[in-house]
Design a protein around this ligand. Structure first.
Ligand code: GN1
Ligand code: MG
Length: 366
């Protein structure tokens, strides 16, 4: 993602924003979009914004994505304002262009959006304490709760079948058959491991299809680094990365939290001996999520919380594996073997979750 400074400046000037552009620097660890922190001089005061290019290879309907984000952030902002919360809960705030649209386009037809930067808070790739896990889960749980009464119709399904694990398996099997890069033989062990999980991985979808688990508005990308933790209070103050907010299952969100927040070393760790599920973090995550979501979750949802972690970790693992087989066309990679390394990391975590399933079930029964 090489862009000229003047290119980024001109994009920012398409938004109705006061002041002079100073600088834009690459920001964050996203695997999909291009993100910059932008600094403006506003009458002698420096202010930051986040500028992001929406990846059209991943999001085929960027306007639909922005429509969802606009509805969701406006709704949450209203709630945060009326609740006059003591803690400074925040929400992403979109900038608008001179026609009041929450995005702009460049000459290549790419879509860009900008947010007010949230100061004095940070996102964590690898969690250190149970307290952080508790706060993160509570923030994602509250986010779901805040959206229970979102007015207007169903949100746009911006990536259809995003968490349809059986379809993800079909795609993996197709990638193995086609083997366009000739990589399948070298990762036969990973492919076998993935296929051994196929049957169980369809559980959440089956529960939804049978009517046991309801559709809700969910975040769908609840990585631990998608919550900003306040530097002072330690609270989860803002939910980030709203691209995939759409109809989904509550369990997808809990599952992806387990996948990202309990990993002892983080998803980029290459040495799998350092990767396992930290039970102390799981327990805190579980309690934090229930604190916020207990009121609206059904018993069928609660009973499947432990399994959700295993299934979503499996799912993201097979997505990395599939992308490796297909020639690294989806996720951004920072080294040639990155996708297969990520896959191995996730599969190690799946094993660790499996081993600890009895303790997870015990916690559920308490
Ligand atoms: C992608 O870009 P990022 O890190 O927010 C991906 C998620 C994966 C995640 C794995 C739209 O999210 O589904 O879980 O990478 N987002 C999309 O790190 O595919
Ligand atoms: Mg993200």
């Amino acid at each position: 993602m090489q862009y000229k400074k003047s290119f980024l400046r001109d994009l920012m000037y398409k938004f109705a924003v006061y002041g002079d552009f100073l600088i834009a620097t690459p920001f964050g660890m996203g695997n999909v979009n291009d993100t910059f922190q932008v600094t403006f001089d506003q009458g002698g005061v420096r202010l930051h914004y986040i500028l992001q290019r929406i990846n059209r290879n991943v999001f085929h309907n960027p306007v639909g994505v922005m429509e969802n984000i606009d509805r969701v952030t406006s709704h949450i902002l209203k709630k945060v304002r009326t609740a006059r919360m003591e803690t400074k809960k925040r929400t992403l705030r979109l900038l608008r262009d001179y026609d009041n649209k929450p995005y702009v386009q460049d000459e290549n037809g790419d879509y860009w959006r900008a947010y007010v930067f949230i100061e004095n808070a940070r996102a964590y790739e690898v969690l250190e304490t149970p307290e952080q896990a508790y706060r993160i889960a509570m923030a994602f749980g509250e986010f779901q709760k805040q959206l229970v009464d979102l007015p207007g119709g169903r949100l746009n399904e911006t990536i259809p079948d995003f968490h349809n694990t059986p379809k993800r398996f079909e795609r993996l099997e197709e990638a193995v058959r086609e083997d366009v890069c000739g990589r399948a033989a070298s990762v036969a062990a990973e492919i076998d491991f993935a296929l051994s999980l196929k049957e169980e991985a369809g559980t959440l979808l089956r529960l939804n299809e049978s009517g046991d688990i309801p559709e809700r508005i969910t975040h769908n990308d609840t990585k631990s680094n998608n919550i900003l933790i306040d530097d002072l209070s330690g609270e989860g103050v803002c939910v980030l990365d709203l691209d995939t907010v759409m109809p989904g299952l509550s369990l997808y969100d809990f599952g992806d939290m387990v996948r990202s927040a309990t990993n002892s070393a983080g998803e980029d760790e290459v040495d799998c001996d350092k990767v396992w599920m930290r039970f102390d973090l799981y327990e805190a995550l579980y309690k934090g999520f229930l604190t916020a979501a207990d009121g609206f979750m059904t018993s069928a949802e609660k009973e499947n919380l432990p399994l959700a972690g295993k299934i979503i970790t499996t799912e993201i693992g097979i997505r990395f594996l599939t992308d490796y087989l297909e020639g690294d066309t989806y996720f951004k990679i920072r080294r040639p073997q990155h996708n297969i390394e990520r896959c191995r990391n996730q599969f190690k975590l799946v094993r660790s979750i499996s081993e600890q399933m009895p303790e997870m079930m015990k916690l559920l029964k308490q």
